[in-house]
Ligand binder design. Structure first.
Ligand SMILES: [Zn+2]
Length: 715
């Protein structure tokens, strides 16, 4: 058989679902529909229902996380809000595409790609795509024995049906993605057909019945119609945790089922949650029981507090309190609905009776919820299976979605949802861990059961350790302890979603992840975190999780220390202000501050502890010389200011200029080490270590000797 082989290059790419809400579902390679879109743009026309097959492989140099702006319409102030969401971006991406189609179509594609009718882009990328090769290649099927296995030289999507013919070794089972393929219809609203494909990283060894092109590249052509066979089996209701929102809802369901004594593992496979119909029908009741499990204590306490007992409503105390932030004005939370208001003024003498009343109101809420449907012919965006009966709106998940009445067709196409998935989203609030007005969720994209376990760690770690290390760190430690053989794509995508309610229906959504570098830095160095800076440990965590440079952190800390007077009246309670205040509180600089430099350099994948130590000791030696007479002693402070200013401006020349002057002052030559090491890459590292050395105390005070790091005199 003959295929068209296309090689593409682009400097950056972010790959999401066609209907994706920004940042909630991303892929390591573009999904099929993205490539199809690109081919048709090259041909200068629309897809007309033609059938063809594609194989997608690719390689990239690095993944970075960056912010995209996610927009939401603020109903109260009638304006668009922009919220930052973090997404992984692939840098320097090469794609190897094989296409099998009728001769006529292949010809049209070939000439289109050779001379594109439009400038070509891949979704999310800022730069055009370069078509590096368009070539007809012969492809053969070949049986490859285990001994002669071939190694993937690109990351690849391997459609589910290939798993029967090919064996894989080395990197586990691959990661299952559900990927969009063709449109099912060509008018708006767009509906896609989906196929299941496993992502295998390059380096995976494969053998068995393999298709190879004439240059021995394996080819994995997808069969798009297979998706249609995946229709829901009658006895089961299936959910697909393909994004953090759906995953948090699935985790909530698992918590509810666990509470009901169910063996949850049997319902989970990879990313999907499959519930028997019978269990699904009992779920609203089980949810009510879950929400009511500690009700007695809570009800009595809040009844005590309520001055006007006629206003006391147990439904609001139990249900609204748990669901209110995430599902404003929904059938379960709108306090004006009759089955909710009727519980007002109930006496709590018979607590079991009250609990039953709350439960039956919740069940009435469920009935009302089921009755709210909208006419649509679309398939549900979340499960890709069932017919949609509604559109997502602010009641479905308030922090992320807006009200449709106001913004229909304004920001997104409306997102169609089936009743099953819509009800499932009400479990997200049980999936998130709640503490002090914030909600936290940990997400591993390919593994729902592990996601569930990690989120249990959030809620069950002992209090003392929490205080010391922070919630997130306890999870990070747990993840590191697991030492699971995960592909780097997954490791880089274990991430945390934090939702902070800032208004009635507005929220900030933050996400951060543990990169392999961060994991390595935490593993190696976290125990050396300066004990005298415990107060700003969570600020430190914020910096590292959000990828801000610790040199900025250090700059604030040192500014607070050196300019105590100028910050005397600092009132702000921002993260940066808290760091400055911690700097003001320091009585002297200790070598334990080098921790931040070491940590940053492990993050930068440069471990140059030797340089850091030498710069520190050079600083300390110069201080000793300056302190030898009163005249130079006075010049130490202005010198420090100038050096700090140079680092802030990232002005290496100015720094060196001051360094030379400083050494002249004490009639010494600038140490050769600076000439050798002070280049652009090392500038911040060496400059900060030097400044800390220049201002550190000769002898460590007893209270800090426990935490001096492993500094040895080496300069
Ligand atoms: Zn659905």
């Amino acid at each position: 058989m003959e295929c068209l082989r296309v090689k593409l290059y682009t400097p950056t790419g972010i790959f999401k679902n066609p209907l994706s809400i920004k940042g909630i579902e991303v892929y390591p390679l573009p999904p099929y529909s993205t490539i199809i879109g690109l081919i048709y743009r090259a041909m200068g026309r629309k897809w007309n229902g033609e059938y063809f097959q594609i194989s997608i492989q690719g390689d990239y140099q690095a993944i970075y996380r960056d912010y995209v702006w996610y927009k939401k319409y603020n109903l109260k102030d009638k304006e668009l809000e922009k919220l930052p969401l973090q997404v992984p971006i692939l840098y320097n991406l090469w794609l190897l595409i094989h296409i099998k189609a009728s001769e006529e179509l292949l010809k049209e594609m070939e000439s289109g790609l050779r001379e594109p009718k439009e400038l070509l882009f891949l979704s999310g990328g800022e730069y055009p795509v370069k078509v590096e090769e368009v070539k007809r290649v012969k492809c053969f099927e070949k049986f490859i024995s285990e001994e002669d296995n071939i190694m993937l030289s690109y990351h690849a999507y391997i459609p589910r049906e290939f798993k029967e013919r090919i064996s894989f070794s080395g990197t586990g089972e691959g990661i299952l993605f559900s990927l969009s393929y063709f449109y099912k219809n060509s008018q708006k609203p767009k509906t896609y057909s989906w196929i299941d494909a496993y992502y295998f990283p390059k380096g995976t060894e494969i053998y068995g019945s393999v298709i190879l092109d004439e240059d021995n590249n394996p080819v994995f052509l997808a069969q798009p119609e297979v998706a249609e066979l995946r229709r829901a089996e009658e006895e089961y209701v299936r959910f697909y945790a393909g994004n953090w929102l759906m995953a948090s809802a699935c985790v909530g369901v698992l918590k509810v089922l666990e509470n009901a004594g169910e063996d949850i593992e049997r319902y989970v496979e990879e990313k999907s949650l499959t519930l028997p119909k019978e269990l699904w029908q009992r779920l609203p009741e089980l949810y009510a029981e879950y929400l009511l499990k500690d009700a007695e204590h809570i009800l009595r306490a809040s009844y005590e507090k309520e001055k006007d007992k006629s206003k006391f409503n147990p439904y609001n105390v139990i249900i609204l309190r748990s669901l209110g932030d995430f599902y404003k004005n929904s059938p379960f939370t709108n306090p004006t609905l009759s089955y909710i208001t009727k519980l007002k003024g109930v006496s709590i003498e018979n607590i079991n009776q009250v609990k039953n009343q709350v439960k039956s109101s919740f069940m009435e809420g469920y009935k009302y919820f089921l009755s709210k449907t909208v006419e649509t012919s679309q398939t549900c965006f979340f499960c890709h299976e069932r017919q949609a009966k509604n559109y997502v709106d602010a009641t479905t998940f308030t922090p992320l979605f807006a009200s449709l009445e106001t913004v229909r067709n304004f920001i997104w196409d409306p997102i169609p949802i089936c009743k099953e998935c819509e009800f499932l989203l009400y479990f997200a609030s049980a999936g998130f861990y709640r503490s002090a007005g914030k909600y936290l969720f940990v997400y591993i994209p390919d593994d729902l059961l592990e996601t569930y376990r990690l989120n249990l760690v959030l809620s069950t770690k002992e209090e003392i350790e929490q205080e010391k290390l922070g919630k997130v760190l306890s999870v990070v430690r747990y993840v590191l302890d697991l030492e699971k053989q995960k592909s780097s794509w997954v490791l880089q995508n274990i991430y945390f979603v934090e939702i902070e309610m800032v208004g009635d229906a507005t929220a900030n959504i933050y996400s951060f992840h543990i990169s392999p570098n961060l994991a390595s830095a935490i593993r190696k160095l976290i125990d050396k975190y300066p004990k005298n800076l415990q107060d700003i440990f969570s600020e430190f965590l914020f910096y590292i999780y959000t990828g801000r440079s610790l040199y900025e952190f250090l700059f604030l800390l040192l500014s607070g220390f050196f300019r105590k007077e100028s910050y005397e009246n600092l009132k702000d309670n921002t993260i940066d202000a808290r760091i400055i205040r911690a700097g003001r509180k320091m009585r002297y600089l200790s070598p334990n501050l080098l921790f931040f430099i070491n940590f940053q350099e492990v993050l930068n994948m440069k471990e140059q502890k030797d340089y850091i130590d030498r710069a520190f000791w050079a600083g300390r030696a110069l201080k000793r010389l300056y302190n030898e007479n009163e005249h130079t002693q006075k010049k130490l402070e202005p010198l420090t200011y100038r050096l700090l200013e140079a680092v802030r401006r990232k002005d290496k020349e100015y720094f060196i200029h001051n360094l030379i002057r400083a050494y002249l002052e004490v009639e010494k030559e600038i140490p050769y080490f600076f000439k050798e090491a002070l280049d652009d890459k090392n500038f911040s590292m060496i400059a900060y270590a030097f400044i800390i050395g220049l201002n550190s105390e000769e002898k460590a005070k007893a209270e800090e000797t426990t935490n001096e790091g492993e500094i040895t005199e080496s300069a």
